[in-house]
Design a protein around this ligand. Structure first.
Ligand SMILES: CC(C)(COP(=O)(O)OP(=O)(O)OC[C@H]1O[C@@H](n2cnc3c(N)ncnc32)[C@H](O)[C@@H]1OP(=O)(O)O)[C@@H](O)C(=O)NCCC(=O)NCCS
Length: 212
């Protein structure tokens, strides 16, 4: 399968490494390179060639893409536009991730090294479950969410579309994080978080955006 990575930034590097690891583990993958509107065509990034801007997807033969952009709104916009244009998406799962047999991972989502996804958990499309994050049983994670490195959730947690759960945060069982909310790095969520809210601290409390 010929794959193009959308986004040649830091998360692009992580996803390129993830796809190389899948290939070494036996997946039938050929990495054609990156497309990125902010990088120069022909340049090398993370050992792969930049094929051009996102519009180049229409000119380079490929089977699937993955949108390796950290910002949730940008990743969501690119994913939705590509889907409407008829693109197919690879679901990228690092060989070291541990995923329960009955968990489901949405189209185009990225499950990074060392992540753990427990039974009954449902992950939507275009989600990042980043390095060493763990999602316990029966979580429901909406489209375009980013679960950052080292996050841990309890059972039956729900994370709404587009939310960012920052590095090392903890979400206690049965809590809900609303759509496009942000949980600050290191926060411990013990109450539901409303849509679009920003919460920080232990226990996590809402603060205005920006904090200062
Ligand atoms: C919470 C967050 C969104 C705030 O960002 P911001 O609005 O740019 O805030 P600033 O960095 O300007 O900090 C403003 C104040 O909030 C404090 N603050 C920032 N992040 C905080 C956090 N996670 N927990 C507690 N306090 C925090 C700062 O110390 C600062 O306090 P001060 O005014 O007393 O000095 C950000 O710090 C964060 O945690 N982002 C998560 C990033 C992440 O995990 N991304 C995934 C990468 S893979």
């Amino acid at each position: 399968m010929k794959v193009i990575i959308v986004g040649a930034g830091g998360h692009g590097a992580v996803v390129a490494d993830l796809l190389h690891a899948m290939r070494r583990a036996g997946a039938d993958l050929e990495l054609l390179g990156f497309v990125d509107d902010g990088a120069s065509e022909g340049a090398m990034a993370h050992g792969l060639r930049v094929l051009g801007g996102v519009a180049h997807l229409g000119t380079v033969a490929h089977d699937a893409i993955v949108v390796a952009v950290g910002d949730n709104r940008a990743r969501g916009r690119i994913f939705d536009a590509a889907r409407h244009a008829g693109e197919r998406f690879i679901t990228a799962i690092h060989p070291s991730a541990v995923i329960a047999a009955d968990a489901s991972i949405g189209n185009g989502s990225m499950v990074c090294a060392g992540a753990i996804i427990n039974p009954g958990t449902i992950i939507g499309p275009n989600v990042i479950v980043n390095t060493a994050a763990s999602l316990d049983h029966h979580n429901v994670v909406g489209a375009h969410v980013h679960v950052a490195p080292g996050v841990h959730t309890g059972g039956e947690v729900r994370i709404g579309e587009g939310a960012l759960v920052g590095i090392g945060a903890v979400i206690t069982p049965r809590r809900q994080v609303g759509a496009w909310a942000t949980v600050g790095a290191g926060a411990v969520v013990v109450r539901d978080v409303k849509a679009d809210d920003l919460v920080v601290g232990v226990p996590a409390v809402p603060v205005r955006r920006p904090i200062t």
